[in-house]
Design a protein around this ligand. Sequence first.
Ligand code: SF4
Length: 648
Amino acid sequence: MEDALREIIDAVRAGTPVDAVWLDKLVRRHNRAAHDGTRRVAKRRLLPYYLAVRANEPEHWAAWNVDEATDRAVVRLLQAKPRRTASGVATITVITKPWRCSSQCIYCPNDIRMPKSYLADEPACQRAERCWFDPFLQVAARLRALTDMGHVTDKVELIVLGGTWSDYSPAYQRWFIGELFRALNANDDERAREAEKRRAFYEALALPRERDDLAATVAPVQKRIDAGELTYNQAWPLVYESDAHRVVAEAIEGRSDGAAPRPATALDAEALALESTPRPAAERTGHDALSLEGAPTPISSAAIERLHRANETAGKRVVGLVVETRPDLITVESCQEMRALGCTKVQLGIQSLDNQRLTANGRAIDDERIAEALALLRLFGFKSHVHFMANLLGATPEADVADYRRLITDPAFLPDEVKLYPCALVASAQLTEAYEAGTWRPYSEEELVAVLAADVEATPPYTRISRMIRDISATDILVGNKKTNLRQIVEGHLEAENASVQEIRHREIAVDGADAASLTLETVPYRTTVSEERFLQWVTPEGRIAGFLRLSLPTMNLSAIEGAFLPAQPGEAMIREVHIYGKVAALHQTSEGTQHLGLGRALVEEACRQAADAGYDALNVISAVGTRDYYRNLGFADHGLYQQRGLQ
Ligand code: SF4
């Protein structure tokens, strides 16, 4: 390891052109030189070793004689998956505990080890399972892994996944989010100490963690689900009403009466009827573990506010917080609740706007309710990240293209981001019946690529297509797309056709830097049913995007319909997002990328100017907790769930 690293440092210092291919060759050469068949140098261990020497061994580090520029170049070369922080922030995905969903979508996986719709083989799910789905432990583990890979983690976007957020109880929601903030607010030592206590608590409870143990517990139940004898919701109490699970749930919810945890929304009556009768606390085992220091405790709304305030100046600040839910659960109240927790973006499972198709696929919602949900999210300032599926039951390639075209052109929808998935069949989904009956078939690769290519080509410059596949492993997919590089195939097809692609992700400068002097600021205006939107973007001469801002100028106040609180009052505009690309920069440090070059500030000033010109007298911003200070420095004052700057 030492020899390989010295050679890398020497090469970088000497200005030798180095890249991933060069590094692979070097690693292979060093391993061949070992002559005993052992792998002396593992590529993924190089960076942790390098960083450990830099942090802990001053004499060793001095002997390497690494100057600042060499250090930066070596880290960049050794970094695995540099795109992880290419969007300007470190993303941490966490998964909520296994829980039911009040919908019955026929394509939805039913893996009882996971929250509804997730599969235990997905990487984030595996990580969550190893952490007992504890949010603190998940963040602690992820921070460690990202740091080992050489990523800067002082600005974090938290993505909370797992079934339907709004179906979890408010107490669980508060605890989950509060623990995420606690983990980020702690310093490295505090976090490590607390994580150790947590693990001791879960071990003492004997909550199954190892995959084999869990598989033995749930295998018979999963078999009945796969055979269609039980739904996920019916099976859930059979697995999660054990004493150990109840102890954790009750500790989080602050209850001691033995009552079964209740979701925020009414789940189907059948599932609730199946919940076993709770036994008095004294009869149950596992309570001893509650006396351990690492045991979970409820988190109040006031505590959430304190945790938010602490994060404003913490070393790891939350610059975005995302939850996922369904459009029928988006109300004024749920928007307020999500905002109070610090959410800035909502992932919304839409899948289709065709009412017949929605019904055929078990989704109890229509296009009007979807439009209302998107309007509410927009007026509350949230970014919308919708899930849209091709190849649902009842779809054809032509109908899919038309459906997506409506999503991105009809002013009632126009989401900010889209996860564009092809429907894939997994064993536990109800869709297997339609497949066996011959009423559903997966598209051929040619059909699928044609649909997705048409969708990508039609996507406007203010919309980002974040993904084209779900993280489902090929072994879980019975039929349907198994290619993980589907996006590359689609983009290759578009390139061959010489098509022009405008969507954001295709244009992001990603890991490259940009010459700030060459950037121009463009405004792309568009109208929705409730607002005039201005998409302000910094673009390079080649049309690549270095940063953007989403400005909403509300034209319709939904209070006329809802008669309830809405954040943007008449005369108030809203900044829904500010994003600058380039390699993430440590707070208060200079960066190689485009961050901290004043691009964000310039976008905000331009938004103020445009909102004032349009006759608005105040501008709100849906700031993430960790960005409040940044906006205060730009003249914004705290204003309820938002921050506001006067424009007069
Ligand atoms: S709403 Fe989402 S989690 Fe619930 S059943 Fe449908 S796909 Fe699954």
